[in-house]
Design a protein around this ligand. Structure first.
Ligand code: ADP
Length: 426
């Protein structure tokens, strides 16, 4: 038995779909159906049909546009594409042929004749139209496509403007909320300090050790909250191009010593080694000391967070003529390739957030996913670059990650930078 010819029917009306599918299947054809133009293109590539029946009025791309697109693909150059056109609309047949259709059938479809008509096109029949009308149809079709393109671009531009507006509202909201939270938190912090030093509390402390522990817990929690709030404020400033660098002489050798000292308690507790050689680090560069410290601290802090106890962090600086390349290599869980660009986006965290603890230094102690967005903002504002390399994430074999910061010795501030929602900057 010869193989059944495969027909792709592109039609959005369910009634016509059922009718044509039944009729043609009954007549011995293999029929697949698509309801939209784009879906039709995908199904054509997947099924490589022997003939395509194309409704002209589809909800997304028109049947003519689908036909033109198919004709640009070698696999469909010779495939019969039969347009289904309404008789009432003048010039429709010509436009279908102008778009690349082999022939046309008028709607409503005569189901008794349909199998024979399909056979005819499968055997090589082609419909012709009057040349003069065809020329006019070409022009009309081109104008139609340009008109649709223009309307689409206008729609996209207006959607884009709306998205930017919403994004700004979101940025402003985040920034205002963080500000509003910071003000009372500063007061709470001040009062808790006063409480700690007040004679009454001192007396209470003598009465029992728990009072000391309560106050320490209170102050630690407030400090953690203010770190988070400051992170949000910094990142929203960076994101909206409001980061201001206080450029001056910066001593990175001192900076790295301070950072390592500040992590001493945790590295000791978690048996981690931070290996570095202060003499490799430049003593005079031009940059914002505090922000550069924040960036390097974040990257080393991440190395600590994502390396299990007993691991090693190698922090290396290679100073060139115009730049210093800082590398932070850890022996931690590593980062999957697909996450390696996105982790520099705001609010992006890789891995299972359920496993995160809220600590800044515990293993897998995750934050809001702002640390690296801040680093990137700071480094790029100096005219530098930050990126990561890792063989992938593997919590058993610990492939580790290497973060690189390429920093000019003289900060190259070009124009104010704004970080787009996807993290890229311009
Ligand atoms: P967070 O404050 O959540 O740590 P970051 O922006 O600093 O946010 O980091 C984003 C994500 O990148 C983290 O959630 C983590 O999954 C991943 N990441 C960052 N540094 C490392 C590292 N050294 N090793 C493994 N994963 C890391």
């Amino acid at each position: 038995m010869p193989e059944k010819a495969r027909i792709l029917y592109i039609e959005d009306d369910p009634g016509s779909q059922t009718l044509v599918q039944r009729t043609l299947s009954f007549a011995g054809f293999d029929v697949v159906v698509a309801s939209r133009g784009i879906e039709g293109l995908d199904m054509a590539i997947k099924n490589l049909p022997d003939l395509i029946l194309m409704d002209i009025n589809l909800p997304d791309l028109s049947g003519r546009e689908v036909t033109t697109k198919l004709r640009s693909d070698d696999r469909f150059r010779a495939t019969p594409i039969v347009a289904l056109t309404a008789l009432s609309q003048a010039g429709e047949r010509e436009k279908a042929i102008a778009a690349g259709a082999t022939g046309y059938l008028t709607k409503p479809i005569d189901i008794d004749k349909l199998p024979g008509q399909v056979e005819r096109y499968l055997s090589g029949a082609r419909d012709t139209v009057d040349t003069e009308l065809m020329m006019q149809a070409h022009t009309a079709y081109n104008q139609e496509i340009v008109g649709r393109l223009e309307a689409k671009i206008r729609e996209l531009e207006s959607n884009n403007a709306e998205l930017r507006r919403l994004d700004k509202i979101k940025d402003d909201f985040i920034q205002l909320t963080a500000h509003e939270l910071r003000t009372p938190l500063t007061l709470v912090y001040g009062y808790s300090r006063l409480l700690q030093d007040s004679p009454v509390v001192r007396q209470m402390k003598e009465g029992g050790p728990e009072v000391e522990a309560f106050i320490k817990g209170l102050i630690d929690s407030i400090e953690r909250m203010s770190v988070v709030i400051n992170e949000i404020l910094t990142v929203s400033r960076i994101a909206t191009g409001r980061i201001e660098l206080a450029i001056g002489p910066a001593n990175l050798a001192d900076t790295i010593k301070h950072i390592v000292d500040e992590f001493a308690e945790v590295t000791q507790k978690r048996n981690l080694l931070i290996s570095y050689n202060p003499s490799q680090w430049p003593t005079v560069i031009h940059g914002d000391t505090d922000l550069l410290k924040l960036a390097i601290q974040n990257v080393i802090g991440n190395g600590i967070k994502y390396t299990p106890d007993g691991g090693v962090l190698n922090v290396i600086a290679k100073t060139g003529v115009t730049n210093v390349l800082i590398t932070v290599q850890d022996t931690g869980i590593g980062i999957n390739k697909e996450d390696q660009v996105r982790i520099f986006d705001r609010f992006y965290t890789a891995g299972d957030t359920q496993l995160h603890s809220t600590s800044k230094t515990a293993f897998r102690g995750g934050g809001l996913g702002l640390g690296l967005a801040i680093c990137r903002g700071i480094i790029e504002a100096h005219g530098g670059r930050i990126w990561v390399e890792s063989a992938g994430r593997d919590e058993e074999h610990l492939p580790g990650s290497s973060f690189y910061i390429d920093l000019p010795l003289q900060a190259r501030i070009t124009s104010p930078r704004r970080i787009a929602p996807n993290g890229s900057s311009n």
